[in-house]
Design a protein around this ligand. Sequence first.
Ligand SMILES: NC(=O)C1=CN([C@@H]2O[C@H](COP(=O)(O)OP(=O)(O)OC[C@H]3O[C@@H](n4cnc5c(N)ncnc54)[C@H](O)[C@@H]3O)[C@@H](O)[C@H]2O)C=CC1
Ligand SMILES: O=C(O)CCC(=O)C(=O)O
Length: 523
Amino acid sequence: MALTGDLLIGGATRHGTAGDIHGLDAATGEKLEPAFGAAGPDDLEKACALAAEAFPIFRETDLEARAVFLETIAQNIMDIGDELVQRCVTETGLPQARVEGERGRTVGQLRLFAATVREGSFLEARIDPAMPDRKPMPRVDLRLRNVAVGPVAVFGASNFPLAFSVAGGDTASALAAGCPVVVKAHSAHPGTSELVGKAVQKAVKDCGLHEGVFSMLFGSGRVIGQGLVADPRIKAVGFTGSRSGGTALMATAAARSEPIPVYAEMSSINPVVLLGGALAARGEAIGKAFVGSLTMGAGQFCTNPGLILAIDGEGLESFVKGASAALGEAPAATMLTPGIHEAYCEGVKRLDGHSQVQKLAEGKVGEKFQGQAALFSTKAADFLANPELQEEVFGSTSLIVRCADEAELQKVLGSVEGQLTIALHMEEGDHDDARKLLPVLEEKAGRILVNGFGTGVEVAPAMVHGGPFPATSDGRSTSVGTLAIARFLRPVSYQDMPDALLPKALQEANPLNVPRRIDGKLG
Ligand SMILES: NC(=O)C1=CN([C@@H]2O[C@H](COP(=O)(O)OP(=O)(O)OC[C@H]3O[C@@H](n4cnc5c(N)ncnc54)[C@H](O)[C@@H]3O)[C@@H](O)[C@H]2O)C=CC1
Ligand SMILES: O=C(O)CCC(=O)C(=O)O
């Protein structure tokens, strides 16, 4: 399919006239064709107007029709074939196998949401039947279900061009909830975005849905992204990216005359706690496995293990030995954009030049836009005294914090900001120490994992990919897994509503056959 560089506004395509955006070959920095036209105010207006028009119809589509729509998007993405993989590899510098894997995750995610919609428990249907004879007061008939919140603005992420982008988790969960979506495509992979966007647009048509269910705009974040979040017809926002971008959108959303929720996944350094028994038994092997996680995707994962915590001693030295040896062999890797590469180099330079930080090891030197992996170390007291050492360095760099004892380890954990993940490496003999840490781990992170690393999130019902600020803007939510749908729903209660007027999910005969909690019990 020849790329056109057009905006997708409902069922139409039109070339934006507010400037040109070019994808770049991530490895060389060369401009790729075609030029993608940035959206202007009229394009934004049209996309939001169509989304608002589609909303009342789309939110009441049959569950089966909505599920088929999600499956059709998945199939249409697969039908693009190799062209999608090749364009994505060129625009992002990510290896082909990774892009193919991410495509599998993306379509798997759409299919999982289709199954979630069919199953129906996301509606949270509850019925508390009337008790006319209750004394001293009769009880009214109360019925609750979740409804979609309204059109959602989704910001594609640079580092997951498929699974967290145009048809990624935010879009899949919003559509599953019954919300039309307006995507602000990431300028780092416009060709990938167009291909996927057209697959979604085609699915809307294939399924006979209102054209306003999906639109996609190119443009700058500060203009078109801000305009989208400020538009009164947008009712929620999904975002993955930088802390500055996420917090800017939170501020815009909060300043609206009708403030709206922003679900932004931002910065996380994902502490890894190495307990004594694990270090003594297999410190060197953990070090080697850690480097595998650290360098995956050039370290451009928000789940990247950026902080290692352990009590100083022989065990930690064996970890350092294993990690340093593996890191020395780690090839440099092309980063997503020249800007991300530059920010990474600056972050590494900051750590390297810090008087309380020592460099322990480096990966192989790379070419122009390649990131060189690095491992640093500092003492816990210095880490505690220098809060800037907590700042995310987005790429394959990590900092070991050497603690004097358990109390200092607890103190360091108590000082870290909210995280997506915290990993514990332990043996059975470490259970008592781990038990003492669990309350602070639960306070700080959305996912606590054992003897592994957070990179490579499973898309599953029990997954939480979230965490307290700044990992996300709202630690009560997840952006991966079926619970992600809850971000785009709100409960409505119907009191003494005649059966004929009730939504199907709450009618006495349960025509949708959805799970319902009757008088507090699942029926
Ligand atoms: N923790 C994480 O998961 C990630 C962190 N990052 C961090 O972000 C840096 C830049 O990478 P990008 O992916 O370009 O992230 P970014 O946050 O700069 O951009 C993401 C999206 O938000 C938009 N945007 C940015 N600033 C905005 C603003 N003030 N108002 C409205 N929209 C705005 C952009 O146009 C883009 O569509 C990286 O170097 C890294 O430090 C990036 C990706 C993921
Ligand atoms: O580790 C993963 O699979 C997901 C990471 C992620 O959400 C991100 O980097 O934005």
